[in-house]
Design a protein around this ligand. Structure first.
Ligand SMILES: Nc1nc2c(c(=O)[nH]1)N[C@H]1C(S)=C(S)[C@@H](COP(=O)(O)O)O[C@H]1N2
Ligand SMILES: [Mo]
Length: 259
């Protein structure tokens, strides 16, 4: 019993030293630009290791795997499945009521707003987004709850929309706000990634309500909760903003969840 305990202590110590070395290796030789914005928060050490590992070990612009039509699976609608339903956990009365009205008119009056660190803050109608060059990709959605699903997504690269709004060179983060009380942010590396799209189509049809109609984000390089559904507003930021009580950071979820 005693022996077992001391072995445990030794292995624990080894583990801690090992982790410190691995962290040190990852941290050495990297500029502070490769630190996540949550750096310095002791409770967010996981962000430092995963962010650095992904940013330094993966080749620049590596693409998430794309599948073929035969690989498409059924996909559950998770979290909010209708922002107009007051029984949803993340229901927002004001935007939920607005969503109800927009949905009744087939989203003809819906507009995506782009503001913040852009030279030309503006809105896009669904028709305007659909007129931009589109990208279709069959990818695997991985939820933090342990399930995954493969779907085909069609939309416009986020990069195209950011450029159309005249994103400023000082911009470093992009935050996304939905019609429910969900908001998420990503850094410019993921925002400009070719597979990061604003999707209006799923499996060859208009995006269904449950999956985020009329427009959702697809961040194929991170876990499912970064792919915000029911988009209302995009805000480009020069500085990191943890999004207060609706941000994942405040909810105790990692800000960076690379896969
Ligand atoms: N606005 C909004 N976006 C959201 C959520 C949500 O509840 N509200 N849930 C997230 C989570 S945890 C997952 S796994 C995916 C689920 O997408 P799906 O419903 O299309 O499967 O959406 C993400 N985006
Ligand atoms: Mo999820």
């Amino acid at each position: 019993m005693k022996q077992e305990k001391s072995r445990l202590i030794v292995s624990r110590r080894k583990l801690v030293t090992g982790l410190a070395t691995a962290g040190g290796l990852l941290l050495s030789g990297c500029s502070s630009k490769e630190l996540p914005p949550t750096y310095g928060n002791i409770l967010r050490m996981g962000d430092v290791l995963t962010y650095k590992a992904f940013r330094t070990l993966l080749p620049r612009r590596s693409l998430a795997r794309e599948y073929s039509h035969g690989d498409i699976t059924s996909s559950p609608a998770i979290g909010t499945w209708n922002p107009a339903d007051p029984h949803q956990a993340a229901y927002n009365a004001e935007r939920g009521t607005l969503y109800d009205r927009l949905q009744a008119a087939a989203f003809a009056d819906w507009r995506l707003k782009i503001e913040g660190s852009v030279g030309r803050p503006r809105t896009f109608s669904l028709a305007e987004l659909k007129a931009l060059p589109a990208r279709t990709q069959i990818t695997k959605h991985t939820c933090e709850e342990g399930w995954s699903a493969i779907s085909e997504w069609t939309g416009v690269p986020l990069r195209t929309v950011l450029e159309a709004a005249g994103m400023r060179p000082s911009a470093r983060f992009v935050n996304f706000f939905a019609f429910d009380d969900i908001a998420e942010g990503i850094d410019m590396f993921d925002a400009l990634h070719p597979q990061t799209i604003l999707a209006y189509g799923m499996n060859g049809r208009d995006l269904p309500i449950g999956h985020g109609a009329p427009l959702r984000l697809r961040v194929e390089t991170q876990l499912g909760y970064k792919s915000v559904k029911f988009l209302d507003r995009i805000v480009v930021k020069d500085d990191f903003d943890d999004l207060g009580k609706i941000g994942s950071l405040q909810n105790g979820w990692s800000w960076y969840v690379g896969i």
